[in-house]
Design a protein around this ligand. Structure first.
Ligand code: AMO
Length: 439
């Protein structure tokens, strides 16, 4: 028999039950993270979205009826009504002495993954049971930090007069060129899931001047690495009347501010993940290296043979990341490996583009854009793309498109890094990879 919710409502989250509530009655709700039955004494750790509090059932101190009927298992869903008592050794310095407990839902005897926090089950197994897995204290810390990251990004950009935009995720033609598109049926027509907000954010920079979007983009790459997923969450920023130097300054300031906010507001979570020292406040400005300097370093110091126009291999980045473990920019990439919308440098062999790296990992790419329509049409065609399929985008360049620049930052990659996670899939609620479409 399960209990009904009835007229019980939570009075507090666990984190709000602090020593100044000692003596008061509270109603908490959550899940059993751990329990111990020592005969005349039962301890139960009740967890909710913010943490846990200890519920102590002592024979003689609570009613016999309640003591006897309280038989729980891991992750049972409970509500507890009880008095707050100070107890140094319990989480938050508090224990709750219950006057009544409702068992709202039970679980099987054996859970598919460890939820006590004593061991970490294998990642694929955890992902198969993601809604359960996300309840772990470790995941709570990761996703609390994610929440702070997004709040902080928005705060920072709103203060700088940015407008938050939303752009279509169903599109009629490729954004980035290339072949990494997921085709879908759009009624009787073929359409695609968007790879990036690129073209729309550029158009809207010609309207609202400073725009940003944080949203899902879809990459049909069959990369099975710890850094790639097929549905990514990107912060897209675009600014009018500036060049890439300006957006690089904005980006490093943003990184600095967000990490400061995470350190100020989520230190407990960083500590839980043992990242309080590693995720330190980075000094700005970040070092800037030209692509050619990086290639020379990789070739001369690590014995690679990367030619101008090649993207360094993962192995090369791995070595580079050991040499440059912090945040740094790689600028002026060969135009031949940059998308059509990137502005060529004065010497058109190079481009007005940059990547922001942290160690071996690429976090952001960006650059100054082409804003002259004729130049853009030529750029499209020189990349082998058909300008006719970009007609509606190109039209927006007829009506006074300002010079503009911007960047795209991979939120999931950044979170992986800040939380010291081994695999990007851990930084996503429900990751999509070539092998995973469920849950
Ligand atoms: P780009 O394609 O480099 O640039 O993407 C921007 C950032 O998104 C992240 N990212 C990924 N993360 C996980 N899995 C993937 N498969 C994946 N692909 C990309 C990376 C990357 O740096 N329109 C441009 C940005 C711009 O110029 O404004 C773009 O999308 O962190």
């Amino acid at each position: 028999m399960l209990d009904e919710l009835g007229d019980w409502r939570k009075t507090h989250f666990t984190r709000d039950v602090t020593p100044d509530l000692v003596g008061n009655e509270v109603i908490l709700g959550g899940w059993v993270r751990n329990y111990r039955d020592l005969g005349g004494l039962k301890f139960l750790s009740l967890q909710d979205k913010y943490g846990e509090r200890q519920i102590t059932l002592k024979k003689g101190l609570i009613s016999d009826d309640l003591f006897d009927k309280t038989k729980v298992g891991y992750q049972y869903c409970l509500m507890v009504k009880g008095k707050v008592k100070a107890f140094d050794k319990a989480p938050g310095g508090i224990e709750i002495i219950p006057s009544d407990i409702k068992i709202l839902n039970r679980t099987p005897d054996k859970l598919p993954i460890d939820m006590t926090g004593e061991t970490i089950s294998e990642l694929d197994l955890r992902l198969n049971h993601r809604a359960l897995d996300l309840r772990s204290l470790r995941n709570q810390a990761v996703f609390e930090i994610r929440g702070e990251m997004l709040r902080s990004i928005r705060r920072f950009l709103f203060e700088k007069a940015f407008t938050e935009i939303s752009t279509p995720k169903i599109i009629g033609s490729a954004t980035e060129g290339g072949t990494e598109l997921f085709p879908i049926m759009y009624f009787e027509r073929e359409a695609f899931l968007t790879q990036s907000a690129q073209l729309y954010k550029e158009q809207l920079s010609g309207v609202y001047e400073r725009v940003f979007e944080i949203s899902d983009c879809f990459r049909a790459e069959k990369s099975r690495t710890k850094r790639h997923i097929c549905e990514i969450f990107i912060l897209d920023v675009e600014m009018a009347f500036v060049t890439m130097e300006d957006v690089m300054k904005l980006l490093e300031e943003l990184i600095h501010n967000v990490i400061k906010d995470i350190r100020d507001n989520k230190m407990n979570e960083l500590k839980f993940l043992k990242m309080e020292n590693e995720t330190s406040l980075p000094e700005i400005p970040f070092p800037r290296y030209r692509y050619e300097e990086i290639i020379d370093l990789i070739n001369n110091k690590f014995g690679f043979n990367i030619e101008f126009g090649e993207d360094p291999s993962t192995e090369a980045y791995r070595k580079l990341g050991k040499e440059l473990p912090d945040y740094y920019y790689i600028t002026h990439w060969p135009m031949s490996i940059k998308p059509f919308y990137i502005m060529p440098s004065k010497d058109p062999k190079y481009s007005e583009s940059f990547d922001l790296q942290k160690g071996m990992l690429e976090l952001t790419s960006g650059g100054t854009r082409v804003h002259n329509k004729i130049q853009l049409v030529n750029a499209l065609e020189s990349k082998g793309l058909n300008s006719v399929s970009f007609e509606s985008h190109l039209k927006s360049f007829d009506y006074g498109m300002p010079p503009h620049a911007g960047f795209g930052l991979g939120v999931d990659r950044w979170l992986t890094m800040i939380c010291g996670l081994d695999d990007i899939r851990e930084a996503v609620f429900y990751p999509r990879t070539p092998d995973r479409l469920e849950p």
